[in-house]
Design a protein around this ligand. Structure first.
Ligand code: NDP
Length: 246
């Protein structure tokens, strides 16, 4: 018996990286799972197939998180197809780099739309479907608390904003027994931050354990707060960073 038997989850940005690992883990725990994605059609199909292989229902919906109408439609479609909603994971994120002297405002607007506005939009849409005892989990970043290099001010701002919003959601939704939690990764081995990439050595310089997280390290924590063990964890930020911000 899994901790999420009979539950329905939606993971934004679930075609690759941390989001794909979260989608699979929630399905392993018994949930039916929908994912959104922007471009990676075949990767999203693979995630759906692996969840169906576990005997769970799955659905992939193409929706650019920056497009509020598309995102709301995706949330509604997931709830309709899978039968309501118990868990929303706001995972989709982008990380365009650039110092304050050089970042174009188009990049700033895009990162604010995907990393911040979409978190509000998806949570608002999901709140119409979430059952009592529901969970909203957001992927933040240690950079939201501590900026360790150049070219990351816009990204850091978005992740700090997510932490603030999540505390507000915890207050707004608490009377319905719905929790809101930020799971905050440090360097994690995905396309966004490959363990063998040019920035790897620098991003590990502060690590206490000397390695990138695997996406599954984050998925385990998300599954924990999404399950019964998370009932009293709300308004919290949980850091999963191998000691980078220690
Ligand atoms: P990846 O770049 O590896 O994957 C991003 C995922 O988000 C993909 O599934 C992608 O789908 C989707 N996505 C991106 N933009 C959009 C969009 N506009 N609309 C819908 N889906 C979108 O990132 P990670 O897995 O590494 O990151 C996941 C989350 O964790 C992000 O919020 C990130 O900021 C955060 N994080 C990551 C860290 C790391 O070191 N990797 C560290 C700290 C935080 P598609 O391929 O279809 O475009």
């Amino acid at each position: 018996m899994g901790s999420l038997d009979g539950k329905v989850a939606l993971v934004t940005g679930g075609s690759r990286g941390i989001g794909a690992a979260i989608a699979r883990k929630l399905a392993e725990e018994g949930a039916d799972v929908a994912v959104t994605y922007e471009r990676s059609v075949s990767r999203a199909d693979e995630v759906v197939a692996s969840i169906e292989g576990l005997g769970r229902k799955a659905l992939a919906v193409r929706a650019d998180s920056a497009d509020a109408d598309a995102l709301i439609t995706a949330v509604d479609r997931a709830a309709e197809a899978l039968g309501g909603l118990d868990v929303l994971v706001n995972n989709a994120g982008v990380f365009p780099r650039g110092t304050v002297e050089e970042m174009p405002l188009t990049d700033l607007d895009r990162i604010l739309a995907v990393n911040v506005r979409a978190v509000f939009v998806a949570t608002q849409a999901a709140a119409r479907h979430l059952r009592p005892g529901g969970r909203v989990v957001h992927l933040g970043s240690t950079l939201g608390e501590r900026v360790t290099g150049t070219g990351m001010s816009a990204y850091a701002a978005t992740k700090a904003a997510v932490a603030g919003m999540s505390r507000g959601f915890a207050r707004d939704l608490g009377s319905r027994g719905i929790t809101s939690v930020v799971v905050q990764p440090g360097p994690t081995d995905t396309d966004m931050n490959p363990a063998d990439g040019p920035r790897a050595a620098k991003s590990l310089a502060l690590s206490a354990v000397g390695r990138h997280a695997a996406p599954e390290d984050l998925a385990a924590t998300v599954a924990h707060v999404a399950g019964p063990a998370g009932a009293f964890i709300t308004g919290s930020v949980i850091t999963v960073d191998g000691g980078v911000n220690a």
